[in-house]
Structure formats: structure tokens, C-alpha cells
Design a protein around this ligand. Structure first.
Ligand code: MG
Length: 377
């Protein structure tokens, strides 16, 4: 038997995927041209490069909602990312889109998060107000394009244009060390799938973690229509199971409903839009991956509930407040020279500027490393 070559894989994509799916053989390429791989496609290679990046390994010790010492079963950024990539693959496969590309985008999407989630992002954004601010999507692109050092020939991971387009969520009005992909009205369908997969993943696992932690309770959820409908549709045996199994049953049903309705509606919308090729997706004024209106409203209801009851819970806010303090202290101490910076950060001062080099260093920290550094001050 001979190995399945990259040319075979590219031909498979052309035969198997929808006309509006991205084909790795048609990629706009990489910033630094490289010879193609013998048997991996360009997007499969992107995905693999992301998994092998240092920033990817650090996701394990970065907070999603619950800080690592609160318990071993809560999601962290790594398990969130893995759950999101599973959902993205399911959606991409059902819609005959390019699974490798959708997966690569999800695996990279949270690399730019600071320790302690959005609290860390807020404090860095304030501290860098005069230096162009801080945003986790921007930082993700900075990591894959610049901060990862794994190749002798160039900086960054040298990902394809399509993966970088998917990572760059909201356009870009900042200084970036290399040219940024020019965005159309919408990104590829694979990038849109990745975006939804992220949201479906966090809404569901945060419900799960919220209940497990006791910050949310069952009675509150009965008032959330999406939850109540999933609960009431369960067979009696499931409804009578203990709390732990029931929680899993409801969340599984809920996730399956969201994924299934998103896939069916998107298939309908893409067909109705008369899209024939990937670039037609980019010209479409509205994203074509979308829920039926009623489901979108239900999902929004769940999101609003989580913002009000979980993300704004006094215990979560207290952790955020301490996180802001910790990172703020670290930044000020590094700027004032009161704490030691490693040589590799100091070496970057001339090119990146002191503030950005320090922000990159802090943003890259895991929660526990940041706490340990703070302890040393
Ligand atoms: Mg995410």
C-alpha cells in the first residue's frame, strides 16, 4: 500500500466538500512561502502547528470562569478549547465544510487570553491605553504570527491566510508586526462555524460548572426557556435520575439541539443565498451560519441569564477583582524595575517597546505562574 499523498487529500476535499467550503489546495498561502508537506494538507498542518505551540500548552492553567484551585472538574481554557473543537468538527462535517480549517481556528481562538480570563484582559487594556490597548483576539494573532518562536527561518507559526482570517475576529486597527489578512464582509463559513462552536461550548459547560459549583441552582434554571424545554423533553427515566446525571442529560440535549438547529438552518440559508464558491461567502453582508430566529432568541436568553447570574455572581466578581489587582501590581512592578524580568523579555524592549514586551510577558502567564510571581513581589 502506498501513502495517501497531499495531492490525494486535496482531491478528496474537492470531491467531498461543498462548493462553498474552503479547499486547502486553493489556500492563499503563508506569509513566508514553504514547501508543501508530503501528505498533510495546508490546513491540517496549521492545526498541528497550533497544538504543538507553547501557548497552547499553557491553556491548561488558564482560567475559563473558575480558577484552578477551586476544583479539578471545572473547565479551563484547554478543556474549553477541546470541547469547542469537537463541536466545530461536528458542524463542519455535517455541512460538508473543511473540518481541518474549522478545527484549527477553534484550537487557536483563545491562545491570546491573559491569566484569569476577561478580568486580566480588562486590566491590561487599561494599563496599555496609551500604547494601543490590549485585546485577546489581537493577542492571539500576535502569538501565532510573532511571539511563538519555533522556526529558524521566520517568527511565528506561519499559518495560512485562511486560518489567520478566522482568528482575526473583528477586523484590526492596531499595529501588527506583519501584514494582517484583509477581511471581507464576513469570514469563511469555517470561521463562522468556529465562532458558534466556541459559544455553544462555553454556554453549556458554564451551565454545567455553574450548577456543580452551587453558584447556580436548579430553580433559577427552570425560568430559562431553553433549559426548561430541554428538561421537559427528556424521557421520564432521565428526569427521575439523580442530579448529577440529570444535569448531564439536560446539557447534552441542549447542546445537541443547538448544534442540530444551527446546522440545518445554515444549510438552508447557504443554499438559498445561491453561494457557489468560498469568496461569495466573504461578500455576503450577513453571516450565513446562523440559528433559526426562535433558537437565536432562546440562546440569547440563556446567555443573558449566565451573564446576570454566573459571570456577575459576587464570588466570580471577587475573583476578578483580585485578578485585576494581581496583574496590575505585576505590570507596575515590572515597569518600575521593582521586579526582575527574564532576559528574553528585556531583550525585546528595543524592538517592541517596554510596555508591549511586558504586556506580552504577562498575557502569556498561566494563572499559577502569575500568582507565584506576585507572591515574590
Ligand atoms: Mg473561547
Amino acid at each position: 500500500m502506498s501513502l495517501r499523498t497531499r495531492a490525494d487529500a486535496e482531491r478528496d476535499e474537492r470531491e467531498r466538500l461543498a462548493p462553498w467550503a474552503e479547499k486547502s489546495g486553493d489556500s492563499r498561502g503563508r506569509l513566508h512561502p514553504e514547501p508543501e508537506h508530503a501528505y498533510r494538507t495546508a490546513f491540517a498542518r496549521d492545526r498541528d502547528r497550533i497544538v504543538h505551540a507553547r501557548a497552547f500548552r499553557r491553556l491548561e492553567y488558564k482560567t475559563q470562569v473558575f480558577v484552578f484551585h477551586e476544583g479539578d472538574h471545572y473547565r479551563n481554557r484547554l478543556t474549553h478549547t477541546i470541547e469547542g473543537s469537537q463541536i466545530a468538527r461536528t458542524l463542519a462535517r455535517a455541512l460538508r465544510l473543511n473540518e481541518d480549517l474549522a478545527e484549527a481556528v477553534v484550537l487557536a481562538h483563545d491562545l491570546g487570553h491573559t491569566p484569569f480570563g476577561h478580568a486580566g484582559e480588562r486590566v491590561l487594556d487599561e494599563l496599555l491605553a496609551d500604547e494601543g490597548g490590549f485585546d485577546h483576539n489581537r493577542q492571539t494573532l500576535r502569538i501565532v504570527d510573532w511571539l511563538e518562536e519555533r522556526y529558524a527561518e521566520f517568527r511565528g507559526l506561519n499559518l495560512t491566510w485562511e486560518t489567520r482570517e478566522g482568528i482575526l475576529k473583528h477586523g484590526c486597527d492596531w499595529e501588527h508586526p506583519v501584514p494582517v489578512p484583509e477581511r471581507g464582509a464576513s469570514p469563511s463559513l469555517e470561521a463562522q462555524v468556529a465562532d458558534h462552536a466556541d459559544e455553544i461550548a462555553y454556554l453549556n459547560h458554564d451551565l454545567d460548572d455553574g450548577l456543580r459549583s452551587g453558584l447556580l441552582d436548579w430553580r433559577q434554571l427552570a425560568a430559562v426557556p431553553l433549559w426548561a424545554e430541554a428538561h421537559d423533553a427528556l424521557p421520564p427515566a432521565a428526569r427521575d435520575s439523580g442530579e448529577r446525571v440529570l444535569r448531564a442529560e439536560v446539557i447534552r440535549a441542549l447542546m445537541d439541539r443547538l448544534v442540530t438547529e444551527l446546522a440545518s438552518e445554515s444549510a438552508r440559508v447557504v443554499t438559498a443565498a445561491g453561494v457557489r464558491e468560498p469568496d461569495a461567502v466573504r461578500r455576503a453582508p450577513e453571516p450565513l451560519i446562523r440559528f433559526p430566529r426562535e433558537t437565536a432568541d432562546l440562546q440569547r436568553g440563556l446567555k443573558e441569564f449566565l451573564y446576570a447570574e454566573l459571570y456577575s455572581h459576587p464570588r466570580v466578581l471577587e475573583v476578578s477583582r483580585r485578578a485585576e489587582e494581581t496583574l496590575g501590581d505585576l505590570y507596575r512592578a515590572y515597569r518600575a524595575g521593582r521586579a526582575a524580568l527574564p532576559g528574553h523579555v528585556l531583550a525585546r524592549f528595543p524592538q517592541e517597546g517596554e510596555a508591549r514586551a511586558i504586556a506580552d510577558y504577562i498575557a502569556g502567564m498561566t494563572d499559577r505562574f502569575a500568582l507565584a510571581e506576585h507572591e515574590k513581589l
